[in-house]
Design a protein around this ligand. Structure first.
Ligand code: GDP
Ligand code: MG
Length: 184
């Protein structure tokens, strides 16, 4: 039987501890939400097959998502984590400004360690929280992404599922464009 995907892509999660990286992976790969936070036990890996367009004959990319397991301080992540990655989700928590401020450092780390053509998606997680909890306006994050050469920005909720599919689909499509244009 032929394999059910056309390409495999490694996607790495990065961002501060507690912003929901493991939860996003679990939501995408297992369709559920676990409200308890255990920073030391990341999910480590998840995978999902994503069609790159809506046609029935669409090419399919198997995203292999790598998650950090409590190593989320700058320069604590080893080079092997980034090796071979063609996509990255740079995650912050919309209810904690510091996690967004740190995106600058995470981006530096990513640009220093990962492939120059890596497809980066900026993800503002926990958008289910009310406006009274929000510390980072979506427009500010979008402008920051544009100013830093990040093509895609999505707000998500691992809790409700909002935007999660979109974030990973955006990533898969960008990777696919790179494959098709001969970057990889
Ligand atoms: P990580 O350290 O970045 O992997 O973050 P986790 O996935 O472990 O999540 C940290 C905490 O935030 C946990 O208590 C989660 O239940 C909670 N959390 C994660 N995503 C969301 C979300 O979208 N909305 C809300 N309200 N809580 C979330
Ligand atoms: Mg985690």
């Amino acid at each position: 039987m032929p394999q059910p995907w056309d390409y495999i892509a490694k996607v790495v999660n990065i961002g501060d501890s507690g912003c929901g990286k493991s939860s996003l992976t679990i939501r995408l790969c297992e369709g559920r939400f676990n409200p308890t936070h255990d920073v030391t036990i990341g999910v480590e890996f998840g995978s999902r097959i994503i069609p790159v367009d809506t046609s029935p004959t669409s090419q399919k990319i198997k995203l292999q998502i790598w998650d950090t397991a409590g190593q989320e301080s700058f320069r604590a992540i080893t080079k092997s984590y980034f090796r071979g990655a063609t996509g990255a989700l740079l995650v912050y928590d919309i209810s904690r400004r510091a996690t967004f401020t740190h995106a600058t450092e995470w981006l530096e780390e990513l640009r220093g360690a990962a492939d120059a053509n890596i497809s980066i998606i900026l993800v503002g997680n926990k958008c289910d929280l009310g406006d009274d909890k929000r510390e980072v306006p979506a427009e500010e994050a979008r402008a920051w992404a544009e100013g830093n050469g990040i093509k895609a920005f999505v707000e998500t909720s691992a809790k409700t599922g909002e935007g999660v599919e979109e974030a990973f689909v955006d990533c898969a499509r960008e990777i696919y464009r790179n494959i098709k244009s001969g970057v990889y």
